[in-house]
Design a protein around this ligand. Structure first.
Ligand SMILES: NC(=O)c1ccc[n+]([C@@H]2O[C@H](COP(=O)([O-])OP(=O)(O)OC[C@H]3O[C@@H](n4cnc5c(N)ncnc54)[C@H](O)[C@@H]3O)[C@@H](O)[C@H]2O)c1
Length: 311
């Protein structure tokens, strides 16, 4: 079996690549290394890596024709809401057009794939009050990032239904764990908190800390992606999350306890457009036999131990 992972040198992609290699897949990665790094991939010597832009249609088409992957996992993206607001056209090219063009090419050449998995985001739900977010809850994407994710999902599903392609979409909630790049000011809050604890830097808290998120550890994300692959799920949107809600204040407290250190906290104004509360319903995932193996305290402890060992 051969798998193509776009964005495979990034945070989630590199963990997926590790898992696929360990499961015996031939793995091909396309990543322009704008955020990722080849060193993120544990078994990089066993992986075919193309440092290339997914927006390069000619390259991507040649790649599909040459490599003919059975599974395609599309993770390459400008993965930041704030970046998408600053650079909407560039974001749109990567987060939407590149995915659409690849699907269209698959349709044209009738590539016999077993699964095309697109990675969307909880951002599509926006700031509506209904909780927990079910896959059929109302959506209210507001940023270019969220709009692109939602529009792309619709195309991915429509291509699945209209042209009988085995497509599936996942909506990640707040994923955390090793290799999340903390250098961007818009990275996941846990990678920033980790850096602040590690290097004793002050942490900037936007708002009063009562905002809640559904944090999911990377190994549970991989468990979910693998179940979706093994069970050949298609024509669905599936939340990938922990299914529990934690406030920012709660997580700061827990992380300080785990690290045995206290953080200097700088208070700042709440950022405009920030979602107040977020938690997923994970019923669909549970029906695939998913169960959380990494509750927050366990995941954070593992993450912190790994980070400390690297320091
Ligand atoms: N991390 C999260 O909590 C989260 C939440 C919701 C959705 N997602 C989605 O999951 C996917 C993976 O996210 P991540 O957290 O691993 O982000 P990441 O930034 O670590 O990974 C994205 C990868 O894509 C690569 N990339 C970016 N533009 C590219 C281009 N034009 N051509 C080729 N490669 C390109 C980057 O170099 C990087 O390695 C993204 O689609 C993201 O939108 C992530």
């Amino acid at each position: 079996m051969k798998a193509l992972v776009t964005g495979g040198a990034g945070f989630i992609g590199s963990h997926l690549v590790d898992h696929l290699v360990e499961a015996g897949f031939d793995v091909v990665v396309v990543d322009d290394l704008s955020m990722g790094a080849i060193s993120n991939i544990k078994h990089w010597e066993d992986v075919t890596i193309y440092v290339a832009d997914v927006c390069n249609d000619e390259f991507m088409q040649q790649l599909l024709a040459d490599e003919r992957p059975d599974y395609i996992y599309f993770l390459a993206a400008i993965a930041s809401v704030a970046d998408s607001i600053e650079r909407p056209a560039e974001t749109h090219a990567v987060n939407h057009t590149a995915v659409f063009n690849l699907l269209e090419y698959i349709r044209q050449i009738q590539l016999p794939i077993k699964q095309f998995l697109f990675t969307s985001s909880a951002a599509v739900y926006g700031n509506l009050p209904e909780l927990p977010k079910r896959e059929d809850s109302r959506v209210a994407p507001v940023s270019p990032y969220a709009i692109d994710k939602y529009a792309t999902e619709r195309f991915v599903l429509a291509y699945g239904e209209l042209y009988d392609l085995p497509t599936v979409c996942v909506r990640f909630f707040n994923v955390y764990g090793p290799r999340q790049n903390p250098s961007s000011p818009y990275s996941g809050v846990l990678s920033i908190l980790t850096d602040c604890l590690k290097y004793q830097r002050p942490f900037t808290l936007f708002g009063d800390g009562s905002q809640t998120r559904d944090f999911v550890y990377i190994q549970d994300v991989i468990q979910a992606l693998w179940l979706i692959t093994e069970k050949r799920v298609q024509h669905e949107v599936i939340n990938i999350a922990n299914g529990s809600e934690t406030s920012l204040n709660g997580i700061i407290k827990m992380y300080q306890e785990i690290a045995g250190q206290s953080l200097e906290i700088k208070q700042a104004e709440q950022r405009g457009g920030e979602v107040a509360h977020s938690v997923a319903s994970i019923g669909k995932l549970a029906r695939l036999d998913y169960s959380t193996e990494w509750p927050l305290r366990k995941g954070l402890t593992k993450y912190w131990e790994g980070e400390r060992a690297d320091a």
